[in-house]
Design a protein around this ligand. Structure first.
Ligand SMILES: Cc1cc2nc3c(=O)[nH]c(=O)nc-3n(C[C@H](O)[C@H](O)[C@H](O)COP(=O)(O)OP(=O)(O)OC[C@H]3O[C@@H](n4cnc5c(N)ncnc54)[C@H](O)[C@@H]3O)c2cc1C
Length: 411
């Protein structure tokens, strides 16, 4: 080993929510770790991205860093009302007395990803985990004895295990020779955050609204979800739309004004357009069972069902658990086996999540006559049969079946 080579038991590439969770989960198991992050400390993580944080995720965060889950619960909100409209007519409206359930951790909370990440950064500082900013991982060489990592500034690292949590464009994934397989949504989606300081847990009208073929969006599907301090506005482009043009400031202000009301016209905080990729790596681990992929480095999902960050947190916790057992193993074969089990579990979970998000996408974009007819019929029956409206309300989100790995509840 060269004199300037740094040595640490486990390296995490990427300080997104998944990398930070991995580091906290390793620390909780008594394992020393360091995060290498490509961007500078004062980076701008604009755009809230994940807002829907599942109860399972909150419980995991609370377990690995007591107070982290409950802090997010305090920061976030639980909307009690689900409402759906179809071409301007309400077809479903239900308010729950106790939408979060009982206990400290609700079924979900709605909190912007930037806030979640800030709490994670604070938790890392709390337990003294280093983030090496401006340390872009450029090479990853694994062998049966460990991994050698080099960052763009020329620093070399030697470590037992690497967790690649370096996002969709993952260098770690490419370095281990894994490839993304899958496809992309046909339609683009416009996603915006609209500021509304009045939105918090005590607000009287917290509702998630889905509007099929909304007249005020010229027949596009519209989703509105509240989070602390604002609203997530999601507009599904039509097939012939030019997403660049529609996401211009001027056009988005018009959308906001027409959909939400004039008082919101100047409250647009952030907007972006996406074609959602539906892909997963063909292997979540390297040949030597020393490098594990987690989060978006391993899989990219359309956000219907909110499985992206949530499943990334499950990856992170299970990666830490597998590494913890592997580090203590007296036999190499046992260590290898544990890492392989990680891959088997998380690849199964990713397939399940991709399938669920894919079904939701197909349903939303589906122009096939059966899907169109089912929606029309359900909307026409919603007045007499609540289940018809409930089906319309529920269908855009997944997953609808039970999770594939029942023992852990993680998926
Ligand atoms: C519009 C939208 C809405 C969403 N809504 C939800 C939701 O409601 N719920 C949900 O669960 N998910 C949601 N998601 C998905 C969620 O945002 C992502 O799954 C999540 O950010 C992935 O986290 P990550 O840590 O894997 O990757 P990232 O957040 O991309 O973090 C990767 C990190 O690695 C760093 N990096 C990259 N390359 C290198 C390198 N070579 N070396 C070192 N560091 C590197 C990057 O700078 C970054 O900090 C949504 C996504 C979008 C786009």
């Amino acid at each position: 080993m060269g004199s300037d080579t740094a040595n640490v038991p486990v390296l995490v590439a990427g300080a997104g929510p998944v990398g930070m969770t991995t580091a906290l989960a390793l620390h909780a198991r008594g394992i020393e770790t360091t995060i290498l992050e490509a961007e500078p400390e004062d980076r701008d993580r604009s755009g809230s991205r994940a807002i829907y944080v599942h109860g399972t995720t909150l419980r995991t965060l609370e377990r690995i860093h007591p107070g982290l889950g409950t802090d997010l619960v305090d920061e976030g909100l639980v909307w009690p009302t689900r409402r759906t409209l179809y071409k301007g007519t309400e077809v479903f409206n239900r308010t729950y007395d106790s939408p979060g359930g009982s206990g400290d951790i609700p079924h979900f909370t709605s909190v912007p990803q930037v806030t979640t990440e800030q709490y994670m950064l604070d938790a890392l500082a709390d337990v003294g985990i280093d983030i090496h900013w401006e340390s872009e991982v450029v090479t990853v060489d694994s062998s049966s004895n460990g991994v050698r990592v080099e960052t763009a500034d020329g620093q070399e690292w030697e470590t037992e295990y690497v967790v690649g949590a370096d996002g969709g464009g993952s260098t770690v994934r490419k370095e281990i020779g894994a490839n993304f397989e899958g496809d992309q949504s046909e339609n683009a989606f416009l996603i915006a955050d609209v500021v509304d300081e009045a939105i918090d847990d005590d607000h009287p009208d917290l509702e998630r609204v889905f509007h099929y073929d909304a007249p005020e969006a010229d027949g596009r599907n519209v989703l509105l979800v509240p989070f602390t301090g604002g609203w997530r506005l999601d507009i599904q482009c039509l097939e012939d739309d030019d997403p660049e043009e529609l996401s211009s400031d001027e056009r988005m202000r018009e959308f906001v004004c027409d959909i939400m009301g004039e008082e919101y016209e100047d409250q647009l905080q952030w907007v972006s357009s996406y074609y959602f990729l539906q892909v997963m790596a063909d292997s979540f681990i390297d040949d030597h069972r020393r490098v594990l992929l987690a989060g978006e480095a391993a899989h990219l999902l359309a956000p219907f069902g909110a499985r992206g960050m949530n499943s990334g947190v499950a990856d992170a916790d299970e990666a830490a658990s597998a590494i913890s057992v592997a580090l203590d193993a007296r036999r190499d074969a046992v260590a290898r086996d544990e890492i392989e089990l990680y891959a088997a579990r998380r690849e199964t979970a990713a397939e399940y999540n991709l399938d669920a998000a894919g079904q939701a996408l197909e349903y939303l974009q589906g122009e096939d006559p059966v899907t169109v007819l089912r929606k029309e019929v359900a909307a026409s029956l919603a007045d007499q049969f609540e289940t018809a409206g409930e089906w319309l309300d529920d269908a855009p989100y997944g997953p609808h079946g039970s999770p594939p790995i029942v023992s852990t509840g993680n998926y």
